[in-house]
Design a protein around this ligand. Structure first.
Ligand code: SF4
Length: 299
């Protein structure tokens, strides 16, 4: 089903042209060369054998006004930074032997009372996850920010609104056909990146969530989440545009919504990532013999 161009434009996720020097905040997450961020946004040709997302049609309005960029102070909830430690060598931590046997209620209770790492000391709430526990789509972020810690739900605030709008463009919603979780369930103080041992201690919970949801596709949002899932220290630019795998489930890497709030020129790339996720989802359904139109989530 073709997407309505007006909806894409309203969400700000169509390709945009950015005047040189117009962005008020320099992108910090992507590691692309400087020239790429200055002019027309376009993807580099894919290496041979690499699958890339189809590009949506350009919206009629090409210039993104500078006034659309909210002040950085508006974002009180940025659970990511760019100075993350590498995740290639995850700390070796013994996992609780029974986590893989827990059902949803027992797993949620285990997380709510967890004291397996130091992050339990300053949390207000654990942030377990939200959405359809039988969803075909699973979105995975990094760790709770300030607002998420207060509310006990992932992706709230401005970043959450942007994420919800992007999902809506794919007829997806956390209320009905998506499950959303973080790699880490407790807020790191000061929104610092989690330490390797914290990731290792918390990962069994995410692994069990993936086992229970049984998603057809996973979208990893932000470099930290992608590195944690894929166990590498690659740049997000190098991980995007390909289909990875986590415990047998295809994984698409895209930007964290909080990053997109600060880097409007990369929204078009995020949209391309979601298109790749949609195509990957369709392929997974086709492999299972599910007819088009009978899918559970996403267009
Ligand atoms: S971050 Fe994870 S491992 Fe650490 S206390 Fe919270 S739930 Fe437990």
């Amino acid at each position: 089903m073709a997407l309505d161009d007006s909806l894409i434009e309203e969400l700000g996720i169509g390709p945009v042209w950015v005047r040189r020097g117009v962005a008020s905040v320099a992108p910090v997450e992507d590691e692309r060369p400087p020239a790429e961020s200055a002019a027309l946004v376009s993807e580099a040709p894919a290496p041979v054998g690499m699958r890339q997302a189809p590009q949506p049609a350009a919206p009629p309005s090409a210039l993104q006004p500078e006034s659309d960029v909210p002040p950085v102070d508006a974002y009180d909830d940025l659970p990511w930074t760019d100075d993350a430690p590498a995740h290639a060598e995850a700390a070796v931590v013994e996992a609780p032997s029974d986590v893989h046997t827990l059902d949803w209620d027992a797993l949620a209770e285990r997380v709510a009372n967890c004291e397996r790492c130091r992050l339990c000391e300053r949390r207000t709430n654990t942030v377990f996850g939200v959405g359809d526990r039988e969803a075909d789509w699973m979105l995975i972020g990094e760790a709770p920010g300030e607002n998420e810690d207060k509310q006990g739900e992932p992706f709230v605030g401005q970043a959450g609104k942007l994420l919800d709008n992007m999902l809506r463009a794919l007829t997806l919603s956390r209320q009905s056909n998506v499950y959303i979780a973080n790699v880490i369930k407790c807020r790191p103080p000061g929104n610092r990146n989690p330490e390797l041992d914290e990731v290792a201690r918390c990962e069994p919970y995410l692994q069990r969530q993936v086992e229970l949801v049984k998603p057809k596709v996973i979208v990893a949002m932000g470099r930290f989440a992608a590195q944690s899932l894929l166990k590498n220290e690659a740049s997000i630019a190098s991980m995007r545009g390909r289909v990875h795998e986590y415990r047998g489930v295809p994984v698409i890497v895209t930007y964290h919504p909080a990053y997109l709030l600060r880097s409007l020129q990369d929204k078009a790339k995020a949209w391309a990532d979601l298109c790749l996720a949609r195509n990957t989802y369709r392929e997974a359904l086709a492999a299972l013999g599910v007819e088009q139109g009978a899918e559970k989530g996403g267009i």
